[in-house]
Design a protein around this ligand. Structure first.
Ligand SMILES: *Cc1c(COP(=O)(O)O)cnc(C)c1O
Length: 407
C-alpha cells in the first residue's frame, strides 16, 4: 500500500475488515434467529452498504434523514429489509414522511404514540390492501439500569429523557392500555460486553415482564445498540446463549439488536499529514486533521487513538507505531489546524524524528467520525476512500461549496 498516493486528509475504509465484522454479526443472527440492524447514527458510510446489506436485516434510524438514507441506499419492506425508527419526539410532518418508509416506529412516550396512532392505523390499512407488511409500533422503555460511563452517554442517569420509566409506563398502561403495541425497546449500552446485557435483562424483566401477558400480540423486543460484538474480547458465545434463552422463554419472540459501533469497529483509518512542527515545552506537530472537526470523540469521550507514523525514504515507506507507554525517544503533541487551543489529539512518541510531510495514520476511525464531522474554522472535510483487494479507490472529495452551503 502506498500511503503517499492517498490524498490527505482522508477516511479510508478497509473492506476486508468490514466484511469480517459483518461475518461475526451474521454468525449471531444464524445461531440465534435475532435480527441485526445497522445503527446509522454511528456508521452512515452508505458507499459500503452494498456489502453491509448482504449480511444485516436493515437499519436503525434516529429520524427522518437517517430513515431516508436507509430507504434509498439499504433497502426497505419491498425487499424484506427493516427500517426501525426511534426519536425522542416526532413532529407531525416527520411522521408524514416516515409513514411510507418506516417498518417500525418506536415512541418515547404514550402521548406521542396516542398522537400518531390513528395515522399509523390508516397507513396500515393501505399497506394491508397492497399485501405489504404493516408498520409495527413500539415503545422505548428505561429499565433504570445502565453501566455506561461517562454520564453523557448513559441513558439511565436520573432525569434522563430517553425511555419511559416503569412508574410512567404503569400510568400509561392504565390510561391507554397496550393494544396496538407490537414491541418494546431499550437502549442502555455503549461499548459493552454480553455480561452487561445479562444484568440489564434482569432489570428489564423485573420492571416490564408483568406487562408481557397484556401484550398478547407482542411480536418483538429490541435490545438496542452498544453491544461491542466485533471487539476481540467480546463474549459472543454468551450473547448467543442469552438471546436463545430469552427467545425460548418468550414464545420465540423476535429479538432485534442495533449496533452502530460494532459494524464499523476497526474497519478503517483517517490519514493526515504533518504540515509543520513547532516548539513550546514539547515538540508540537500541526496536522491537516482536527480532533474537534474530524475525531470529536477524542475530546468528548475522551480517548486517545492508536496511530502509526509513515515516512517516505529513498527505500520506500517506513511505518512506525507510536511507542506509547514504552516511550520512544522523539515525543510530539499532535494538534489540528483549527484555532481551538484544545484541538489536540494527544502526545505520542517514536524511535525516529517526525518530519514535515510525514503521514499519520489514525486507527479505527470509521464510526462516530464521518457522521459527526463539521467545518468549524472552515477546515476542509476529509475525503472518503476505500481499500479493497489491496487497491485504494477515492470515492468522494469535498470542496469549498460544502462549507459555504452550511452557513
Ligand atoms: C446510539 C444508538 C444505537 C447504536 O449504538 P452503538 O453504540 O453505536 O452500537 C442504537 N440504538 C439507539 C436507539 C441509539 O441511540
Amino acid at each position: 500500500m502506498n500511503f503517499f498516493k492517498i490524498p490527505t486528509p482522508c477516511y479510508v475504509l478497509e473492506n476486508d475488515k468490514l466484511k469480517k465484522n459483518l461475518e461475526i454479526l451474521d454468525f449471531v443472527q444464524q445461531q440465534t434467529g435475532a435480527k441485526i440492524l445497522l445503527a446509522l447514527k454511528g456508521y452512515a458510510f452508505w458507499r459500503s452498504f452494498e456489502l453491509v446489506r448482504e449480511y444485516l436485516k436493515g437499519c436503525c434510524a434516529s429520524g427522518i434523514y437517517e430513515a431516508m438514507l436507509a430507504f434509498e441506499e439499504f433497502g426497505s419492506r419491498e425487499i424484506d429489509k427493516d427500517i426501525c425508527v426511534f426519536s425522542p419526539a416526532y413532529k407531525a410532518s416527520e411522521i408524514e414522511q416516515l409513514l411510507p418508509i418506516a417498518t417500525h416506529i418506536i415512541f418515547n412516550s404514550f402521548s406521542q404514540w396516542q398522537k400518531f396512532k390513528a395515522k399509523i392505523e390508516l397507513k396500515n390499512k393501505q399497506l394491508q390492501s397492497l399485501g405489504l407488511s404493516e408498520i409495527q409500533v413500539g415503545l422505548r422503555v428505561n429499565p433504570l439500569y445502565s453501566e455506561v460511563y461517562p454520564p453523557i452517554y448513559n441513558p439511565c442517569i436520573p432525569g434522563s429523557r430517553l425511555g419511559i420509566v416503569p412508574s410512567e409506563f404503569s400510568k400509561g398502561v392504565q390510561e391507554f392500555g397496550l393494544d396496538g403495541i407490537d414491541g418494546l425497546h431499550f437502549h442502555t449500552h455503549c461499548e459493552q460486553n454480553s455480561d452487561v446485557l445479562e444484568r440489564t435483562l434482569e432489570h428489564f424483566q423485573k420492571h416490564f415482564e408483568p406487562y408481557f401477558s397484556q401484550m398478547k400480540q407482542m411480536k418483538w423486543l429490541n435490545f438496542g445498540g452498544g453491544h461491542h460484538i466485533t471487539r476481540s474480547d467480546y463474549d459472543v458465545a454468551k450473547l448467543i446463549t442469552i438471546i436463545k434463552d430469552f427467545r425460548s422463554k418468550h414464545h420465540n419472540i423476535d429479538v432485534f439488536l442495533e449496533p452502530g459501533e460494532a459494524v464499523g469497529w476497526q474497519s478503517g483509518f483517517l490519514l493526515g499529514e504533518v504540515i509543520d512542527i513547532v516548539y513550546n515545552e514539547i515538540s508540537i506537530a500541526i496536522l491537516d486533521v482536527s480532533a474537534s472537526a474530524h475525531m470529536p470523540d477524542c475530546l468528548e469521550m475522551p480517548y486517545r487513538p492508536n496511530i502509526k507514523k509513515i515516512s517516505q525514504t529513498n527505500e520506500g515507506e517506513v511505518i512506525e507505531d507510536d511507542r506509547g507507554a514504552s516511550g520512544g525517544k522523539y515525543a510530539y503533541r499532535l494538534g489540528g489546524p483549527t484555532c481551538l487551543a484544545g484541538d489536540v489529539i494527544g502526545d505520542y512518541s517514536f524511535d525516529t524524528p517526525l518530519k514535515v510531510g510525514d503521514r499519520i495514520l489514525f486507527e479505527d476511525m470509521m464510526h462516530y467520525t464521518i457522521v459527526k464531522n463539521n467545518t468549524f474554522n472552515g477546515v476542509p472535510l476529509p475525503s472518503l476512500g476505500v481499500i479493497s483487494n489491496g487497491k485504494f479507490e477515492l470515492l468522494k472529495s469535498f470542496e469549498y461549496s460544502d462549507y459555504k452551503n452550511r452557513n
